[in-house]
Design a protein around this ligand. Structure first.
Ligand SMILES: [Zn+2]
Length: 129
């Protein structure tokens, strides 16, 4: 099922799942690495949205995405998850956080200029629409 995701999206899914894990652990119960039912639902929802993402391989990270595909109730949840877990990712999953940072430099295939963070590597990887 989920293995059919292209690598780019599989990576995004791993990142969001890890973030939800951090947030859940610190906010909802704090034992084990099992997600609480609410967070499990959110993770499943994120997986579903990713599978349907119109950009697929060209997807920017969700934070940069011009399409807001989450239903409002999930969007609020996922936003607080990202706000909380974003900075903690670098300690919990350094490699994943780094890759996510690099993925974040990718621009959405459609219009919508966003600022990009001041990294200077990987510039040639940028694709022009
Ligand atoms: Zn939770």
């Amino acid at each position: 099922m989920k293995d059919s995701l292209p690598p780019r999206l599989a990576r995004e899914l791993a990142t969001i799942t890890a973030m939800i894990g951090i947030h859940c652990r610190d906010h909802h119960h704090g034992e084990g690495r099992q997600l609480c039912p609410q967070c499990r639902e959110l993770a499943a929802y994120a997986a579903k949205r990713l599978a349907k993402c119109p950009f697929q391989q060209k997807k920017p990270t969700c934070g940069n995405c011009p399409v807001h595909c989450y239903a409002p109730r999930y969007r609020i949840e996922v936003r607080s998850v990202m706000r909380y877990a974003g900075s903690r990712m670098i300690w919990a999953h350094p490699l994943m956080a780094l890759r996510h940072l690099l993925d974040g430099r990718r621009r959405a295939p459609v219009a919508g200029q966003r600022h990009h963070n001041g990294l200077s590597i990987r510039d040639k990887n940028r694709t022009k629409p």
